[in-house]
Design a binder for this molecule. Structure first.
Ligand code: GDP
Length: 346
């Protein structure tokens, strides 16, 4: 059956069977993957990506380059004076994209104003609150009556932009990542990599990785490769893991390089190409986010981060009930105990 076309009955390809099974009847559950596939294609997919980091590090440019859409058409840029008192405000942009019949509802959550004010103490707080609010909403919906059409706004991944101009992480970076690492999958990004030489990129990546470890920051861990995967796949997987933090370059303009029109940045001395893996890790990041790890990011969000939140919620609810119960006098006289009202069964 064509992967995204109309369903045309059970799988037509012969189902491979072992010799010993030859005389077994063919039941047909081999169509299960197709059934699952068809159902999810019909439903469509959604993904919520958050971008965080100081303003001017190229977050919006990168998001536009990643998804080839202008997600920031009506963005208002603040001047320096306005930014002094700026508080972190959370904005959300949603686009529906379709590729080969597969629909993806992509939501980008931006955190303008992050790190912009003179005093940035606890400026990660509104970001953390936003993530918690989405969990809370989901928790409510899940415990409510209509669980069928829950809108899932949980944040599946946070690209955290690190400045290429500092020496490794700044205190604010450490504070942000530590405050958020139990709530969301953090993927660190080394911004504007075209401002660094290849050796500087290498050194900076090493330093950042070292500091992430030193400060006990738990960034998103790529799942382990199965031991039966082929060597090529294993090598690609290892390369991906070694690329952290992804050194990226963003651009909203198309330039001509060696007769080809490419997304890039034009300098007096040459052109940097966004999608050239010799120039930066943009393609690696895009492949990871879109082609290889989108589902894993969603699974980890659901199984780890949301589960943590849920367990926490249930624990504090239980604690409240116990506290409430303990507040009531121990030996309640029998006359004060009222019968529990029981709903008659219809
Ligand atoms: P945001 O505030 O983090 O969303 O940053 P913007 O995407 O608005 O980018 C701020 C400025 O940096 C703009 O002038 C961009 O053209 C420029 N810029 C964006 N990405 C890059 C990059 O990868 N390298 C360089 N050198 N400049 C970039």
């Amino acid at each position: 059956a064509p992967p995204h076309g109309r369903w045309q009955g059970p799988v037509r390809q012969p189902v491979r069977r072992e010799a010993a099974d030859q005389d077994k009847e063919y039941v047909g559950f081999a169509t299960l993957p197709n059934q699952v596939h068809r159902k999810s294609v019909k439903k469509g997919f959604d993904f919520t990506l958050m971008v965080a980091g100081e303003s001017g590090l190229g977050k919006s440019t990168l998001v536009n380059s990643l998804f080839l859409t202008d997600l920031y058409k009506d963005r208002k840029l603040l001047n320096a004076e306005e930014r002094i008192t700026q508080t972190v405000e959370i904005t959300k942009h949603t686009v529906d994209i379709e590729e080969k019949g597969v629909k993806l509802k992509l939501t980008i959550v931006d955190t303008p104003g992050f790190g912009d004010a003179v005093n940035n103490t606890e400026c990660w707080k509104s970001v953390a609150d936003y993530i918690d609010q989405q969990f809370e909403q989901y928790f409510r919906d899940e415990s409510g009556l209509n669980r069928k059409n829950i809108q899932d706004n949980r944040v599946h991944c946070c690209l955290y932009f690190i400045s290429p101009f500092g020496h490794g992480l700044r205190p604010l970076d450490v504070e942000f990542m530590k405050a958020l690492h139990e709530k969301v999958n953090i993927v660190p990004i080394l911004a504007k990599a075209d401002t660094l030489t290849p050796i500087e990129v290498k050194k900076k990546k090493f330093k950042i990785r070292e500091e992430i470890q030193q400060y006990g920051i738990k960034i998103y861990q790529f799942p382990d490769c199965d031991s039966d995967e082929d060597e090529d796949f294993k090598q690609q997987d290892q390369e991906l893991k070694d690329s952290i933090p992804f050194a990226v370059i963003g651009s909203n303009t198309v330039v001509e390089a060696k007769g080809k029109r490419v997304r890039g940045r034009l300098y007096p001395w040459g052109i940097v190409e966004v999608e050239n893996s010799a120039h930066c890790d943009f393609v690696k990041l895009r492949n990871m986010l879109v082609r290889t790890h989108m589902q894993d990011l969603k699974d980890v969000t659901r199984e780890t981060h949301y589960e943590n939140y849920r367990a926490h919620c249930i624990q504090s609810m239980t604690r409240m009930v116990v506290k409430e119960r303990n507040r009531k006098p121990r030996n309640t006289p029998a006359k004060d105990i009222r019968p529990v009202e029981i709903c008659p069964l219809v």
